[in-house]
Ligand binder design. Structure first.
Ligand code: B12
Length: 149
């Protein structure tokens, strides 16, 4: 049995498969690194299967999904179904944020639907970055990771 000791929580940042915007991902990476996290940034237009395999490979403490093109509520539901279907990832903290719809939907209803489907939390476009970081610190404190492999 090998053992990996992490001094800083590892956060995997990614967009959804349809979304090609990238500055949102750069913003999140910088915010997380500046607040003491290690970041693996998968970038834009990430296929669901790739996100699942990268989660299994990196074993992050949390996953942050960002989407702004308006399709996030649809892509997000499909994505979290795939993540939760993998028994290795069923308890992994996964949050989503950004511009989840195209503006004429009820954002509260979209967020509730995403949480019901399996996300641990949903952050609106204008969420306070400090509250987002506090939330992540509550679900992903530094810890010793044991690798059974
Ligand atoms: C640049 C840009 C593009 C570039 C992207 C280039 C690149 N490499 O990123 C290009 C030209 C490719 C593009 C394409 C499109 N775009 Co565009 N784009 C923009 C634009 C002008 C700026 C986005 C940006 O970089 N912002 C800077 C980053 C740092 O901020 P941000 O993305 O807003 O993210 C912030 C928050 O959302 C939040 N956040 C985001 N994610 C998360 C996650 C968490 C957990 C948390 C806590 C917070 C958070 O934090 C960030 C900082 O405050 C915006 C309009 C605007 N002024 O915002 C439109 C915009 C995002 N685009 C839009 C659209 C519709 C498109 C297209 C569909 C257009 C088209 N018909 O082809 C395509 C989609 C392509 C695709 N497949 O995704 C819409 C989305 C509409 C909506 N959601 O309601 C916008 C809002 C323009 C508009 N007003 O209509 N786009």
């Amino acid at each position: 049995m090998s053992e990996v000791s992490r001094r800083r929580p590892l956060v995997l940042v990614s967009s959804v498969s349809s979304d090609s915007h990238t500055w949102n991902l750069v913003f999140l990476q910088l915010l997380l690194e500046e607040t003491g996290h290690e970041v693996v940034n998968l970038g834009a237009c990430v296929p669901d299967e790739l996100l699942v395999s990268e989660c299994a490979a990196h074993r992050p403490d949390a996953v942050v999904i960002s989407t702004v093109n308006g399709h996030g509520h649809v892509d997000g539901q499909r994505l979290i179904d795939r993540v939760r279907a993998d028994e290795r990832l069923s308890d992994l903290p996964v949050v989503i944020g950004g511009k989840l719809g195209v503006g004429d939907e009820d954002d509260t209803a979209l967020a509730a639907g995403l949480v019901q489907r399996g996300f641990n939390a949903v952050f609106a476009d204008n969420a306070d970055p400090a509250s987002f970081v506090r939330y992540l610190e509550s679900v992903a404190p530094p810890r010793l990771v044991r690798d059974a492999g």
